[in-house]
Design a binder for this molecule. Structure first.
Ligand SMILES: [Zn+2]
Length: 357
């Protein structure tokens, strides 16, 4: 049918336009400083893919230039209906930001290890007895989100903002990262100074299965270093040969993970991260910085997300409006949401607060 084909063509054109926007955004990241900014920004929007984070960033910047939004940085973004669920309405004249939403299909197989055995299920079809069912991404489609500042309605609760003493690490961060180092089968060694580890701040030894961090730095720097080494542990082990091709890429990835972990805790690591990342990125032969950015962005985001999900520290919101992470049944009146969200951020420590609801 012609109308379907027209729809298809306009969908393809939208996807092409989105891809162009994305390429533009990536091209803005060629300098070390922009890369660090993009990572800090992505830490704030870590529930989204790295590509979608960049799409939101560039379209919000355009809305700011057009004086449609008050701040150059988005706060929370959600879809039209999601804002309605939170008692807020997108305001007239506010453009939605196009992102790429995954399209998934359900598949079933009686022999999951054989890739050829998977068959697509129809909408209401159930797997046959003995079959395993799995959702898989089969494509993308354009979807729209709006920033909180483009909506009006019920007040948005805000999470407790972490405030850091200079030199101090965010509460619980060191302990949470250390637990993940141990869970990965590594021992954690505190060494007195850089002379003990070849002049470095930290060192990961895959053979001896140790992570070393020097103690003669501020606690904040020690926690950031531990996040960097945990990035190496998770991303660059001997069982991941494809990730070990170039030390420069490994260092860019580990330090980028550390920046995202820091940013999620209100810690500004840019002063250290920018020169570090720039120095190592420059040593990756035969690759333009923009290629390095494209190649590591999603891996870095995934590793940082994995680490952040296992921490019970107080973290800055992940770009999803507060309240949407909860089951609809758990949603409560706006004035109570702050407490409910605090519980999500702090699963272990707020039983008392939950009970007092
Ligand atoms: Zn390193």
């Amino acid at each position: 049918m012609a109308s379907t084909e027209d729809g298809r063509a306009s969908q393809d054109a939208k996807l092409d336009a989105l891809h162009e926007k994305l390429t533009d955004a990536v091209e803005q990241l060629v300098s070390g400083e922009d890369w660090a900014r993009a990572l800090a920004f992505a830490a704030r929007f870590r529930a989204r893919s790295f590509n979608n984070t960049l799409l939101i960033w560039i379209q919000h910047a355009a809305a700011f230039d057009a004086k449609l939004v008050p701040s150059p940085m988005p706060s929370y973004v959600a879809g039209y209906k999601q804002w309605q669920q939170l008692g807020r309405q997108v305001q007239k004249g506010q453009p939605g930001y196009q992102i790429l939403a995954p399209v998934t299909g359900r598949f079933a197989s009686a022999n999951p290890s054989d890739p050829a055995s998977w068959r697509r299920l129809n909408r209401s079809e159930k797997p046959k007895p003995g079959e395993v069912a799995r959702s898989k991404m089969i494509g993308v489609r354009p979807a729209y989100v709006w920033d909180a500042s483009q909506t009006a309605g019920d007040p948005l609760p805000s999470p407790p903002a972490p405030t850091l003493l200079e030199g101090e690490a965010p509460a619980g961060l060191w302990e949470g990262l250390a637990a993940q180092v141990y869970a990965s089968g590594f021992d954690l060694v505190r060494v007195p100074d850089e002379a003990s580890i070849h002049g470095a701040n930290g060192m990961t030894d895959y053979g001896a299965k140790t992570v070393s961090v020097r103690e003669n730095m501020d606690p904040a720097a020690q926690a950031k270093t531990l996040a960097h080494e945990l990035g190496h542990v998770l991303m660059h082990g001997p069982d991941q040969p494809e990730a070990r091709q170039h030390r420069g890429i490994g260092e860019v990835e580990a330090e980028s993970v550390a920046l995202m972990i820091g940013a999620a805790h209100g810690m500004d690591t840019a002063g250290y991260t920018i020169p570090y990342v720039a120095t190592w990125a420059a040593q990756v032969d035969g690759k333009e910085p923009v290629e390095v950015v494209k190649a590591t962005g999603e891996r870095v985001r995934a590793a940082a997300l994995r680490i952040l999900e296992q921490l019970d520290t107080t973290q800055i919101g992940n770009g999803t409006p507060l309240g949407l992470d909860l089951d609809p049944a758990q949603r409560v009146a706006p004035e109570r949401r702050a407490v409910a969200m605090y519980e999500v951020a702090h699963p272990a420590s707020t039983l008392a607060a939950t009970r007092s609801l």
